[in-house]
Design a protein around this ligand. Sequence first.
Ligand code: ATP
Length: 265
Amino acid sequence: MGIHVEGVSKWVLRDCSFELPSGSVTALVGANGAGKTTLLSLLAGLLSADSGQVRADGRVAFVAQDKPLYKHFTATDALSFGKHTNKVWDQERAVGWLSRFGVPLKRASGRLSGGQRAHISFAVALGSRPDVLLLDEPLSELDPLVRKEVTAALLGFVADEGTTLVLSTHVVSELSGVADRLLLLAQGELLVSGEVDDLLGSHVSYVGPVSTAAPGPGDVVLARHTAAQSQFLVRTPSPVSVAEPWVSRPVSLEDLVLAHLEVAE
Ligand SMILES: Nc1ncnc2c1ncn2[C@@H]1O[C@H](COP(=O)(O)OP(=O)(O)OP(=O)(O)O)[C@@H](O)[C@H]1O
């Protein structure tokens, strides 16, 4: 149960095409206003495309960025709502999530913390046993330890049930080891798309003496110069070793994302 998107355009989004296989974990990154929520809303079927096609196979659940909940609803009410509005419902899983994270079941959500409300949204989404789970900045309300636990739990669903996960985030430092695919949006355009391993294998950083040109082949994504040295982050299908005094270094996912975002600014 994957996602297929072809030539989709909507307001700021222009001609986005990509495919996400079943059981993949995709990080959707981009600056504020790049179009992440718009793209997730299209995938969730909450918006329709002006042109192009979106196909998400199976049941889709979407946890919106602001995690909207009726403020008088308790967690129990929210699960009851989930049960009555979804064809498939797994009460045990939904309740299990809330008890794992210690969310009071009988307190109105208006009197819960942002993190506790986020857990109610997760519980409702997971209770619907989605094949495709779309999360818009899911971790933003959570403390660092809980972020780790939530991420591990979500990856558990991917591993155990082949759930296809797409999550937008600004916290690029936490993507490594989580996402196996990347979608990077800049001003509505899909600037980078693909498997993380392929992308890391096709980017390299060259560091050496001050120079106006990179010492090896490829498209320069970002160049930085100090008084003493130059550094080029380059995209190339096959990184080569460079002659001394230059050194080539592998690029981390964070470096790669930040470089593309910085250039797109
Ligand atoms: N209902 C709408 N009608 C027209 N334009 C919209 C609408 N909603 C959002 N936009 C515009 O679309 C652009 C992309 O917004 P979107 O919310 O998708 O960005 P985002 O990448 O999720 O940003 P952020 O990281 O700040 O949440 C913005 O310029 C925004 O003003």
